[in-house]
Design a protein around this ligand. Structure first.
Ligand code: ATP
Length: 200
């Protein structure tokens, strides 16, 4: 099995690219979704997060409320580090399990979408890392229209992430999302042909 870690800045178009890769025949895993699972009620992750942040992060449904947790850690580097120190290793373990399951199932090409791939140090989980890039103004504009959020809140998140240049430097392939969706599809198809021919 050939495994690709797909990353990029917020609003760069990761999910859109993942959708195209799925159309081309890749199986998808979303590390963000895996991330919710690692602290569901009853897990060790749940216990560790509640021990660290207190019962106030538990919502009325008994699950950890991601919004409440986010509002505690965002803008507080020490608390953010406490959270990522708990959840990133758990997510890496769960992603590695998923990779093992897909390999056993006979999947040929697996794409794992992971926004924090570099920040979390997950490079070694994958055969290759593909990075989606988009100019910051463009990404911000797309997020404002997708999520109805303010420019300030998006810019704060942009400021907290590693710069695109660093991602590009560490990538095996770069997919530029600076144009329209047709152009994006074409770029994805071209990288797919270049990097996966003979692998599926
Ligand atoms: P997040 O960081 O929130 O996970 P993402 O990197 O996965 O975001 P997408 O959700 O794929 O980004 O794209 C953000 C928004 O921009 C979506 O509404 C998507 O439909 C739109 N979009 C992505 N690429 C393009 C494009 N080339 N032209 C127009 N709209 C686009």
């Amino acid at each position: 099995m050939f495994t690709i870690g797909l990353t990029g800045g917020i609003g760069s178009g990761k999910s859109t690219v993942a959708g195209v890769l799925n159309d081309l025949g890749a199986k998808l895993v979303d590390a963000d979704r895996v991330g919710w699972e690692v602290y569901r009620t009853g897990t060790g992750g749940y216990r560790s997060v509640v021990d660290e942040f207190g019962e106030e992060v538990v919502g009325p449904d008994g699950e950890i409320d991601r919004k409440r947790l986010g509002s505690i850690v965002f803008g507080d580097p020490a608390r953010m580090e406490a959270l990522t120190g708990i959840v990133w290793p758990l997510i890496a373990g769960a992603v590695a399990d998923r990779i093992g399951e897909e390999a056993a199932r006979g999947t040929l090409i697996l794409v794992v979408e992971a926004a924090v791939l570099f920040e979390a140090g997950w490079e070694n989980l994958f055969d290759e890392i593909w990075v989606v890039t988009a100019r910051e103004e463009m990404a911000v504009e797309r997020l404002i229209s997708r999520d109805g959020v303010t420019a300030e809140s998006v810019l704060a998140r942009v400021a907290a992430q590693i710069p695109d240049e660093e991602r590009v430097r560490r990538a095996d392939a770069v997919i530029d999302n600076g144009g329209d969706l047709t152009g994006l599809r074409r770029s994805v198809e071209s990288v797919w042909r270049e990097r996966t021919t003979g692998k599926a």
